[in-house]
Each structure stands twice: as structure tokens, then as C-alpha cells.
Write a protein that binds this ligand. Structure first.
Ligand SMILES: [Zn+2]
Length: 348
């Protein structure tokens, strides 16, 4: 059912029926390979969805961004020789010593797909752990430049939240804040005319998952995000992150002219990019207020409540939720329940 939820959501976003969306699904999928279940994953929801979009809906260019702290070995494998799908993963690698062990920076794709696989492979363990500065810098120096150059028609996000603070070292141990994930999502919304679909992947700390989900949904809804703290904006990445970024940018600059070999910024580049973001926010808010389409649905008794529609300023976001996700957390209070799905009816 998880795969079906992600496919249905992505198809609706691709057809512009919805602007964007977040599929809150279990189990995760990005470790599942073609014929091998692995790492709690049985079917690779994002990979199957990407193939559906490409083969059934004729979408020519799809960007997959994998934010889970583990490398998405299954997704990489599925599209390793495929130039129509750019796979970008940001993960803890530690020279192959962190699960699943794949995701080296020199794994760049093969044949016609060479250059369409980007691994930002953090090394150096937890000394110190990666955090907001490192993730924002990776977005600024590698992910957004390559993504803009690729110019995708839709963006699929493997939204794993196990890099969020609150996970023990064996499960990640990084210190990325939940609100940082909102800012990363906001950056991705600048691509593909805002057609961005998130699907939940890993995450083992319920508070971290809920807080990061809330931050991402706020970004999808176009709400104003809590600004990042000043010290984050003025910090440069730690030395291990700099080494990792240098390696990736040196390799990927052969394939992407907008990705330049990384050098530590002498000016405050993050602060400058925030200023640009503030200016763009005013334009986005003005655009959002132009849309007035609001759906009216009445929940029916006896059907299983697994689909929620969120409406805000004309931005509609589909959130698909199986029963095993707790519904009591605060971010669900923002969800206006106006539709239900009968469990006997297949989603796709
Ligand atoms: Zn994970």
C-alpha cells in the first residue's frame, strides 16, 4: 500500500491536480533492491514511482533527492545507467563503514547514466556530527546547482528523518534540526515549478519524525518558516564535511558545469543566500494568495481514515496516511480532514 500511496500522490502532482504533497507511509523503501528486501524495506516506493512517472506518464526528467541518513542503495541501483533520472543522496558513509556501505562519491552512474548519480558521502564519524550548516552547504554547493542544471519536471524526495537530532549514534547520530528540513524542502520547491513529492523513509525517533514532518509540510504549504539561528548562518562547515564536499565536487564538476570544486567561503555565503530567500518569499506569498480553490468533503462513517487533504491559501497538499502512524501529534492538528478512503477500494 505504501507504494500505491506514493504513486497516486505523485501522479496527482505530475498532472497539476495538486501542487505538491507528502506521503506519510510505512514501510520505507529506498534500501529495497530489484529482488532483495533490505533494511526494513520491501518495495522501493520512490523508485517504482519514478518508473511509473517515466513509463506511464512520459515524464522525461525526474530528480530524486534522498535525505535519509543512510544511502539509498536500492534507488541508486534502479537508475544507475539511466540519464532520465538524477539521483542525489546525502548520507553518512564513513568510508563504507556505515549501513548499507554503498554510496561512495565515485559511484557516479554507468553507461548513458554516467554523471546522473551524485553521492554526498559524509565521512569522519561523529567527530563532530553533521548538522544544519553541513546540510545547507551541501544544498548550496552541490544539490541545488546540479538540480537547476538538470531542470527536472518533478522532484521526488526520499524524506528520511534519521539525520535529525535525537537519533542514537548507531541510528545516525547527526544533529540536523527539524526546522532545517523545512528550509531544505523550501529550496527544492524552487524546482520543477514546485512539483515536489515527499515520501517518508527512515526515522526511528518519533519526536524527530513528527517535528521534521511538520517543518516540511509548513514549507509545502508555503507558510513562513522560522528563520535559522544567526550562528548557523555565519558558521562554516566542519573539517570532515569540507573534505567530503571537496571530494564530491571534484568528481561531479566533470559532469555539471554549475558544480564547482568546493572551497571554504571567505564571505558569508549562507547569510547572502538567506537574504535572497527573503526577497523571493514575498513573491511566492503574493502568488499563493491568488488561488482560491477550496475543496469541500464530508467524512463518511465506516470508512477507514487514511487520506487527508490539507488546504491552505489555495495550496492543496495530499497527505496519505496508513493506520500505523500515530495521529495524535501536534502537526496533524494542522490537517483539515475532508476526505476518507474506503479500505476496500484500491488506491491505484
Ligand atoms: Zn535511514
Amino acid at each position: 500500500m505504501a507504494v500505491g500511496c506514493v504513486i497516486e500522490l505523485a501522479a496527482r502532482v505530475a498532472s497539476r491536480e495538486l501542487k505538491n504533497g507528502f506521503a506519510v507511509v510505512r514501510p520505507p523503501g529506498h534500501h529495497a533492491e530489484e529482488s532483495t528486501a533490505m533494511g526494513f524495506c520491501f518495495f522501493n516506493s520512490i523508485a517504482i514511482t519514478a518508473k511509473y512517472l517515466r513509463d506511464k506518464l512520459n515524464i522525461g526528467k525526474i530528480l530524486i533527492v534522498d535525505l535519509d541518513v543512510h544511502h539509498g542503495n536500492g534507488t541508486q541501483q534502479a537508475f544507475y545507467a539511466d540519464p532520465s533520472i538524477l539521483y542525489v543522496s546525502l548520507h553518512r558513509y564513513d568510508e563504507g563503514n556505515f549501513f548499507p556501505g554503498s554510496g561512495a562519491p565515485n559511484e557516479v552512474g554507468s553507461g548513458p547514466g554516467e554523471g546522473y548519480n551524485i553521492n554526498i558521502a559524509w565521512t569522519g564519524g561523529l567527530d563532530p556530527p553533521m548538522g544544519d550548516v553541513e546540510y545547507l552547504t551541501a544544498f548550496r554547493t552541490v544539490i541545488m546547482p546540479a538540480a537547476n542544471e538538470f531542470d527536472p519536471e518533478i522532484v521526488l524526495v526520499s524524506a528520511g528523518f534519521d539525520a535529525v537530532e535525537g537519533h542514537d549514534p548507531p541510528l545516525g547520530g547527526y544533529k540536523v534540526t527539524a526546522k532545517c528540513f523545512g528550509h531544505l524542502t523550501k529550496q527544492l520547491l524552487k524546482l520543477a515549478d514546485g512539483r515536489v513529492v515527499l515520501a517518508l523513509e527512515g526515522g526511528h525517533d518519533l519526536t524527530a519524525i513528527c517535528d521534521a514532518s511538520e517543518a516540511c509540510i509548513n514549507a509545502l504549504l508555503g507558510n513562513e518558516l522560522e528563520p535559522l539561528p544567526e550562528d548557523i548562518v555565519h558558521q562554516i562547515p566542519n573539517m570532515n564535511a569540507i573534505a567530503s564536499l571537496k571530494k564530491t565536487t571534484e568528481i561531479q564538476s566533470k559532469y555539471w558545469k554549475s558544480v564547482e570544486p568546493y572551497s571554504v567561503p571567505v564571505d558569508c555565503a549562507l547569510a547572502e543566500s538567506q537574504k535572497q530567500e527573503r526577497e523571493e518569499t514575498e513573491t511566492v506569498s503574493a502568488m499563493a494568495s491568488l488561488s482560491v480553490d477550496v475543496e469541500q468533503c464530508i467524512p463518511q462513517e465506516g470508512s477507514r481514515p487514511i487520506r487527508f487533504w490539507m488546504l491552505n491559501k489555495g495550496l492543496s497538499t495530499l497527505c496519505v496516511m496508513p493506520e500505523d502512524i500515530p495521529v495524535s501529534h501536534k502537526w496533524l492538528e494542522k490537517v483539515e480532514v475532508c476526505g476518507q478512503h474506503n479500505s476496500d477500494t484500491p488506491l491505484v
